[in-house]
Each structure stands twice: as C-alpha cells, then as structure tokens.
Design a protein around this ligand. Structure first.
Ligand code: ZN
Length: 158
C-alpha cells in the first residue's frame, strides 16, 4: 500500500506540466486524497497567482497555497499581513492617529515634577506615534511643558 502510494505521488509530480494545465483549466482544484476541498466562491477569486510561474489556478491546502502547474507551495500568511489594523493607535473616540496629527487633551493631566497640569483642551501639534512606554504611545511637545509622552486614550484628534 505504502509503496503504491509513493509511486503514484511521484508519477503525478513528474507528469505535471501539460496534463496538469489541461486539467486545471476545467478543474481549478485537483484534489489529492488528503486535502480539504478548496473554498468556493469569492474566496477562491482573491487567491494570489503563483509567485513562481504566475499560474492563476492557485488553491488552498491547509495553511499553504499550492500551484497545480508547477507544484510550488508557499505560505498564505504573507498576503494577509497587509492589514495591520489591529496595531493602529486610536484616540479617545476611536479615530486612528498618525504621525503629524494635531490633537487636544480631553482632561487635565498632572505632570510629574511640575506644579501645573496640562489643561483639558490643550492643543498638541505634530504628534509622533511610538511603541508604548507604560501605555504612553504618543510622543509630542506640549507648549509650556516641553517634550511629553501621552496616552492616546486622553487625546482627541482635531
Ligand atoms: Zn506555479
């Protein structure tokens, strides 16, 4: 059984080019025994072409994308990495913030080592987004206070 199985697989790979191309035209997903069926409909339309031969008959096999024309297999992960939405820094009301934005402070903020607080409504220009330090993910300069780190949750985009 095992020997027969291996032999068949080897034959299929070697016979690939012409036969696979003809088959692929009619049947985008030649289904090897252990593969789940490819997703139908809209999903299969958005699969990228093969990076190796540009074949358009890409199908999914678990976490991999497979090209039936050249038997190239690659990970689909790279494609879905295009949307870093989850890492977006948002202000107190959910606006996505970007470098260079102007924001206002939505509540009085006590500043360590200073008698004065940054007052609600203070405008902060040209913010810079940084990796959070204790939850402070905005680097900026506040008039009268100098360089500051703020939490995005205490500002509102203007
Ligand atoms: Zn290919």
């Amino acid at each position: 059984m095992l020997i027969l199985g291996l032999g068949t697989a080897g034959l299929a790979v070697r016979a690939a080019p012409a036969a696979a191309r003809r088959k692929a035209a009619r049947l985008p997903a030649p289904a090897p025994d252990l593969c789940p069926p490819p997703r139908m409909g809209a999903m299969s339309d958005v699969l990228p072409s093969c990076p190796q031969c540009s074949g358009p008959y890409t199908y999914e096999m678990g976490a991999l994308l497979v090209c039936p024309e050249c038997a190239h297999e690659w990970s689909a992960e790279v494609e879905s990495a295009e949307e870093p939405q989850d890492t977006a820094i948002k202000d107190s009301v959910g606006n996505v913030l970007a470098d260079g934005d102007t924001v206002t402070v939505i509540k009085d903020l006590k500043v360590k080592g200073q008698a004065q607080a940054i007052k609600v409504g203070t405008k902060v220009r040209n913010i810079r987004l940084v990796d959070p330090i204790d939850g402070h993910d905005i680097s900026c300069k506040v008039d009268g206070f100098g360089p500051m780190h703020l939490k995005s949750s205490v500002v509102k985009k203007v």
